[in-house]
Structures are given as structure tokens and as C-alpha cells.
Design a protein around this ligand. Structure first.
Ligand code: MF3
Ligand code: CO
Ligand code: CO
Length: 254
């Protein structure tokens, strides 16, 4: 079932989404060589809790049989596509780092992710990151009442593949707001004019994971960490947005 949100609920999701975005702003200043991913996670945890919210990922049980997720954000470095678990790993010059934060504030979920580059990154890492961010922008630009989900997927896939990169199939955007992962699934690939029709009051994420090489992936023994099958880089940007009478309203802005 798709939960259609009222304007009042959308404002609550915006408050949560703004907090998640501010958590990313906070750690952006600490993306430097030598910093451990668990220290970034601790900063995010403290910031979220201090602001009266809950990190949605902490203790989260996915649909798979994996153990509860153990951290307040996901930190995914280089060939890690998503759901990287913060730990003692130190950031290195040239790393590509995706941080994904989901907050629950007053019962409402906001979900956002960005890719950061540490120090002097390769030209490929820079281009992959720029193309991934631009693919999300292009997808958001097509969102309005009456379009279909396939229009979103097409906007991402056609652009990304023309740039020579690939779109991850296994993970998708999702309805969000009242629960962490709601219907519908928002695929980051697809055909124009196909799929569910989008209507006012829908709130969902678009969160393309874009790979330098093949889109295939493997999941590590921790049950969470998804890595590219060929070991090449992967980047991701995510926003939560509402469909309104006026068009699209991005809810995860600082
Ligand atoms: N924030 C991720 C998403 O965009 C989900 C992370 S679930 C976790 O949907 F348990 F891995 F943290
Ligand atoms: Co999400
Ligand atoms: Co997310």
C-alpha cells in the first residue's frame, strides 16, 4: 500500500530530512585522510540524538536474514556500493566515500546520502561522482504528478550509460516518511511511460548507485556490505522528495 501524505505530514518529513542533511553537512568538514569511519559515525549519532531524533539504521533489520544493522549511518568506501559498516578503517587520500543518513524525528523519516572525495581523487572518481550527482538532479527534474516511475528510471539510466557507467539494479529508491522503506520501489533504470503513475502526496527517495564498471554486486559475510563484483568504484546520492500540486519538493535540504 502506498501512503499518501498530507501537507502537514510532508512538513514533518521535511524537518526530519533537514536534520539528516545537516548531519551530512557536519561530517563533510571531517572528510580527511586519517579519520576513521567509526569516528564519523559517532559524530552523526551524537548530532542526531542531541536534536531529539533517532538514527533509523541503528538496529534496523532488513528484509534479508542479516543481523541488525549496527551503526547510525552507512559509510561505503570505493568499491563498496552501499550499507558499508563504520569501523576502524581510516580514510585515505583519494578515497571515494558515500555516507547515507536516515533520521526519525517525531516519528517521521528523512533519508539522504552524498558521495565525498578525500583529498586528491582520480579523474575517474571525480567524474563518477559528478555523473552520479547529475543523474539524481536529472531524475528530480522529471518528477511531477502524472509522470510514471519509468520516466525517473529512464532519466537516470539513459544519462549514466551514455557516460559509460552502469546503474545498480539490486537496490532501489523507495517510499518513505511514515516507515523507513515503504512502497513503491523506485527503480533507477527503466522505460519512459512505463510503471506506476506518480501522484500528489507521494513521498519517496531517489538514490542512484552508479558503478564505474559492471552493475553486478556481492554481499560480504557481514550480511550488509555490498561491493562491486569487479572491484571498481561506486558512488551514490540520495534525496527524499514529495510530489505536490506545484511539482516536486525536495525534503532533504539543509
Ligand atoms: N539508508 C538506506 C536507504 O537509502 C538504507 C540503509 S539500511 C541499513 O534506503 F540498515 F543498511 F542501514
Ligand atoms: Co533510501
Ligand atoms: Co539512505
Amino acid at each position: 500500500m502506498i501512503f499518501i501524505k498530507t501537507p502537514q505530514q510532508i512538513e514533518k518529513i521535511r524537518e526530519s530530512g533537514r536534520l539528516a542533511s545537516r548531519a551530512l553537512d557536519l561530517v563533510a568538514d571531517h572528510i580527511k585522510p586519517g579519520v576513521t569511519t567509526e569516528s564519523l559515525d559517532a559524530m552523526i549519532h551524537e548530532f542526531i540524538v542531541k536534536n531529539g531524533a533517532i538514527p533509523a539504521t541503528l538496529g534496523y533489520r532488513g528484509s534479508s536474514g542479516a543481523s541488525p544493522y549496527p551503526a547510525s549511518c552507512c559509510i561505503s568506501i570505493n568499491e563498496v556500493i552501499c550499507h558499508g559498516i563504520p569501523g576502524p578503517r581510516k580514510l585515505l587520500d583519494g578515497d571515494l566515500v558515500t555516507i547515507d543518513v536516515t533520521t526519525i524525528l517525531n516519528g517521521f523519516y528523512g533519508d539522504t546520502a552524498r558521495t565525498f572525495l578525500v583529498g586528491n581523487a582520480s579523474e575517474t572518481a571525480k567524474r563518477l561522482t559528478a555523473v552520479t550527482e547529475e543523474s539524481l538532479k536529472r531524475a528530480i527534474a522529471v518528477v511531477k504528478s502524472g509522470i510514471r516511475l519509468g520516466d525517473i528510471g529512464h532519466a537516470i539510466q539513459s544519462y549514466v550509460e551514455a557516460e559509460g557507467f552502469s546503474v545498480v539494479r539490486h537496490y532501489v529508491g523507495h517510499g518513505v516518511g511514515i516507515k523507513f522503506h515503504e512502497e513503491p520501489s523506485v527503480l533507477h533504470y527503466g522505460k519512459k511511460g512505463k510503471g506506476l503513475r506518480i501522484q500528489t502526496g507521494m513521498v519517496f527517495t531517489i538514490e542512484p548507485m552508479i558503478n564505474e564498471g559492471v552493475y553486478d554486486l556481492e554481499i560480504l559475510d557481514d550480511g550488509w556490505t555490498a561491493v562491486t563484483a569487479d572491484g571498481k568504484l561506486s558512488a551514490q546520492f540520495e534525496h527524499t522528495m514529495a510530489v505536490t500540486d506545484k511539482g516536486v519538493d525536495v525534503l532533504t535540504l539543509s
